[in-house]
Design a protein around this ligand. Structure first.
Ligand code: PGA
Length: 253
């Protein structure tokens, strides 16, 4: 099986309902030529259902949530469960995004429970990880990424790895305008694939898509996506502009 090529847009805490619907409709329209690429958008919670309605009949186009709670249900005011996400038509959920780890102090125990909730409710998981700037400067980036991968994937059921996508997002590149060079990305993605082979198997690691994230845009995407172990991108800022996002979708050689 060939690995899926994926371009995913993380809208973060942006857009109103009207803007979200407009953005989704423009992306659907302008990305039609790129049938071979799986497209996923991650709108804010309140707009999931509206956006799902817009992309619903489009081939290879999915909707995901930016987070889910680690409990199944109950007295957790303000929180959203994986079952709720599934019930409004979500296909994916982001788990472990660096902003969640940093601002909401999510640790491996929570990330594991979130993953369990996602899988129980038949959602696909995009598991995000990546090193901080000081870790790269001190040459600890491989060690950090290895720990982040083992922390969650050691407990990920081997028979559910078709529901898993990985996203390497160096924290120093997120929203900073600074991107990993294609050489840096390829070096890390090859390391991730090797680490995942150790956790699961060589056969499984060959089938898991590994996305790059961090100031990815229409200019740098073609070179990044041409790296043999980079299977696409998780796009933040540049996913809020339909033209730019669709150029990224069209960046595979
Ligand atoms: P960015 O964000 O593209 O704005 O750097 C990427 C992400 O946080 O997923």
């Amino acid at each position: 099986m060939k690995r899926k090529k994926i371009v995913a847009g993380n809208w973060k805490m942006n857009t109103t309902k009207e803007e979200a619907e407009k953005l989704a409709a423009s992306i659907v329209q302008s990305s039609q030529a790129f049938q071979g690429v799986e497209k996923i958008v991650f709108p804010p919670f309140p707009f999931l259902q509206a956006v799902k309605t817009i992309v619903n009949n489009t081939a290879n186009f999915f909707v995901g949530a930016q987070n889910c709670n680690h409990h199944d249900k109950g007295a957790y005011t303000g929180e959203v469960s994986a079952a709720m996400l599934k019930s409004v038509g979500c296909d994916y959920v982001l788990i472990g995004h660096s902003e969640r780890r940093q601002y909401f102090t999510e640790d491996n125990i929570q990330l594991l429970s979130k993953t369990e909730q996602a899988l129980t409710n038949n959602l696909n998981v995009i598991f995000c990880f990546g090193e901080q700037l000081n870790e790269r400067k001190n040459n600890q980036h491989f060690e950090t990424v290895k720990k982040q991968l083992h922390g969650v994937l050691n407990f990920f059921p081997k028979n559910k790895t078709e529901q898993l996508v990985l996203a390497y997002e160096p924290v120093w590149a997120i929203g900073t305008g600074e991107t990993a060079t294609p050489a840096q990305a390829q070096e890390m993605h090859a390391f991730i694939r090797k680490t995942v082979a150790e956790i699961f198997s060589q056969e499984i690691t060959e089938q898991i898509s590994i996305l790059y994230g961090g100031s990815c845009n229409a200019q740098n995407a073609p070179e990044l996506f041409s790296c043999p172990d980079v299977d696409g991108g998780l796009i933040g800022g540049a996913s809020l502009n339909a033209d730019e996002f669709c150029k990224i979708i069209g960046s595979f050689g």
